[in-house]
Write a protein that binds this ligand. Structure first.
Ligand SMILES: [Zn+2]
Length: 426
């Protein structure tokens, strides 16, 4: 891809209206475009990052036996009436079709998935199973925050598991818990943790949130050295003492990136989902549910791992692996080599962006920082004279001091493939 063809507007200088560094970088780098208040367009750059986050999530959900589905965004109100949530949830966007039927734009999908699962389940032999989807949600929030941290429309991964026994749900809950630790780490998040939370609108027994500890977060968390961690719904804020060891709790801010619930039988009972157990008796399955705010994960990475010049992705989340800069936009041998490297890397399946524009070098480097490909190859007359390509890195959570800072022109494809392998922790 040539940089001038990338349909993204990057901004120079300060960005007005952005309240956090991550938001500022998202706007400045052209990762998102605010279409309306609380609703953002993901640009080719932003969508590329989100798509990569989605694929990490898919990979880890499939590894715990998840089965991906896609449920409708718009749903008949009747399903929501079965559980009573049509009237009890206050952020559901509702509308009437031309025939007079009531619809909702789903803010979450427990009813919809339970309706599907009950159409399939007959015997205990089918249990347990987990279904998940990655899809757009809309919540008609009264208040939205500037930026990507609280939006009305967002992409979410929601997963739902069904079990015969509480013990089986406990076991699966733990597996999902561990998968969350793996996948957030793969996304490049660092200071994240699980905290005890209240279950709110979702019903059920108990729940944990996954929170990135960060000063821009809107959630208040209480943390103790003994290992106790909870959000403010769980802790008595007038007397924030640890319920385990009695010491005073430390208060920090967090960005919620995921949540896992034990839903019990609220949905399966109210929606009459049953199966026949080994003794021929009719039973109701127990349910768990596991969410991740996918667009929120990108926002959280931007808050935690950007600098003043742009984002710092890792190899798995960066929109491009390699950014090629032809330093002299008028020199035919520079332009020719830069183009050849681009074409050869692309032909080898490496996502590459090429900057051969005839503009000031400072502008090129500023753009490279905003796009933030982990590997930057610089082609100049001087480097060509020495038969080398200069390499620079911009990568999250990786010490590149021992990585090559020059590679030979003759075998650059193999060398770049090596670098990508090492930077991917493989
Ligand atoms: Zn404690």
């Amino acid at each position: 891809m040539k940089i001038e063809n990338l349909c993204v507007k990057r901004l120079i200088g300060d960005v007005s209206g952005a309240t956090t560094r991550g938001h500022k970088i998202a706007i400045k780098g052209g990762y998102v475009y605010q279409t309306f208040q609380g609703g953002y367009t993901l640009t080719p750059l932003g969508w590329s990052v989100v798509h990569k986050i989605e694929n990490i999530i898919r990979d880890e959900m499939n590894a715990i036996d998840g089965q991906e589905v896609l449920l409708p965004v718009v749903c008949s109100a009747d399903l929501w009436r079965e559980t009573g949530r049509y009237d009890s949830m206050d952020n559901i966007a509702k509308f009437k079709g031309r025939s007079g039927a009531d619809y909702v734009i789903c803010p979450t999908h427990e009813e919809v998935i339970t309706d599907y699962a009950r159409s399939v389940l007959t015997s205990y032999r089918q249990l347990p199973f987990m279904l998940y989807q990655i899809q757009t949600k809309f919540r008609d929030e009264l208040r939205v925050r500037a930026g990507l941290l609280r939006t009305r429309e967002f992409i979410m991964k929601d997963a739902y598991s069904f079990h015969e026994t509480q013990e089986d749900l406990d076991k699966y809950y733990k597996r999902c818990f561990n998968a969350y630790y793996r996948l957030f780490k793969r996304c490049g998040l660092k200071k994240f943790t699980d905290v005890l939370a209240s279950s709110g609108d979702m019903g059920g027994k108990y729940t944990h949130e996954f929170q990135l500890i960060h000063e821009t977060g809107e959630d208040t968390l209480y943390i103790c050295n003994c290992g106790f961690r909870a959000n403010k719904e769980v802790v008595d804020e007038n007397n924030p003492m640890c319920p385990h060891c009695g010491k005073e709790l430390r208060k920090v801010r967090g960005i919620e990136i995921g949540q896992v619930f034990q839903l019990g039988k609220f949905y399966t009972e109210s929606m009459h989902m049953t199966y026949t157990d080994a003794n021929g008796n009719e039973r109701t399955p127990i349910m768990g549910c596991y969410g991740i705010g996918v667009t929120r994960v990108m926002a959280a990475i931007l808050e935690e791992s950007s600098d003043d010049n742009g984002p710092v992705w890792n190899m798995e989340t960066a929109p491009f692996a390699v950014h090629i800069i032809g330093l002299n936009g008028k020199n035919a041998s520079v332009l020719g080599l830069a183009q050849k490297i681009h074409d050869d890397l692309t032909a080898n399946g490496i996502e590459t962006i090429l900057d051969n524009r005839d503009i000031h070098a400072g502008e090129k480097f500023a753009d490279a920082d905003l796009i933030a490909a982990p590997i930057r190859l610089i082609i100049s007359e001087k480097n060509i004279a020495n038969n080398v390509i200069e390499v620079k890195y911009r990568i999250n959570d990786f010490d590149t001091s021992n990585m090559p800072h020059e590679i030979d022109v003759s075998d650059f494809v193999a060398r770049v493939q090596d670098m990508i392998r090492i930077l991917s922790h493989n």
